[in-house]
Design a protein around this ligand. Sequence first.
Ligand SMILES: [Ca+2]
Length: 377
Amino acid sequence: MHRRAVLLSFFAAAAAPLPPQAPVFESSAGRLKLVTVVAGLDHPWSFAFLPEGGMLVTERPGWLRAVAPDGRLLAPVSGLPKVSATGQGGLLDVALHPDFATTRLVFLSFAEPREDGKNATSVMRGRLSEDLARLSDVTVIFRQQPAYKGGAHFGSRLAFDRTGALFVTTGDRLNLRPLVQQTDNHIGKVIRITEDGGIPPDNPKLEGWLPEVWSIGHRNLQGATIHPDTGQLWTVEHGAKGGDELNHPEAGKNYGWPVITYSREYSGEPVGEGLTEKAGMEQPVHDWTPSIAPSGMVFLTGGRYPQWSGNLFVGALALQHVARLVLKDGKVVEEEKLFDGYTRFRDLRQGPDGSLYLLTDQGAPMGRVLKVVKAAS
Ligand SMILES: [Ca+2]
């Protein structure tokens, strides 16, 4: 076994019998506890629940970890290509094929090493063995172009829509802003492809646009999910200083960056001409100033937390909370900060039991999967 895998297994084994005391938080759904269900992770970035029980977790340094149905954290899955784990880069999102139970196909986004020391966001696909030990038939189905030498703004999230098409979100690589408003590249875009990397027949197909480009004008999209009722794509993206955004990107539309934004440069100077609106460019559904640094997002459904059914939950890195948003007629009408100040939250998902699960953005052995449960009052 790889030395680091041994080390991780040791930490996981050592951490398992001694879960940290579950903290209790007040909320609009009553008193809640955060219970650790997986410990010993190294900068976990995303997770996906397996239909047979257990889950897959990505670790940014380049490991895909499986959690067995009995809760054991297994050694890293073999067969993954090398990732560029510099800065914000590494192994990023994970999504299961819509018919995973039959196909065993897993989709992963990652910062891929490219020519001349450059890197860029790519999406790979592979078949997961029944014993959760390896990926086979691994192929890269999407490569962001152009590549760039840097460690910032890789995006990225993966979301399958109801037609089976795959949305991939990217970033502007911090320093490639001039390319974001151009339609012939993958910088600062929402991409939509088939499970084989082809072009879905209902993509926008606008003149001068790459056929896989769905929407343009984004800065760094670190969250994406499909609305459970409408089937629409929703995303969150980072501004610089302020101006983080919630959007529901539609085909062929322009979301403004860097021409219009509620963000300022980190220096406090305006971005470009300092515009916040312009004809032909979409306004965000919601703006966070100061920045919360939004990460993963999910709409909760079902009756586990009846008051919150249908609400949108967004993880916050910089401001260390989970934002609960109530949407009405496409607008945010209420916002609550949950678990405020507890930790940096990297991703969140609804489990098969209907509970909300959270991923902490911590290095080994502190990275955890937490489950939100009702505390006795
Ligand atoms: Ca925008």
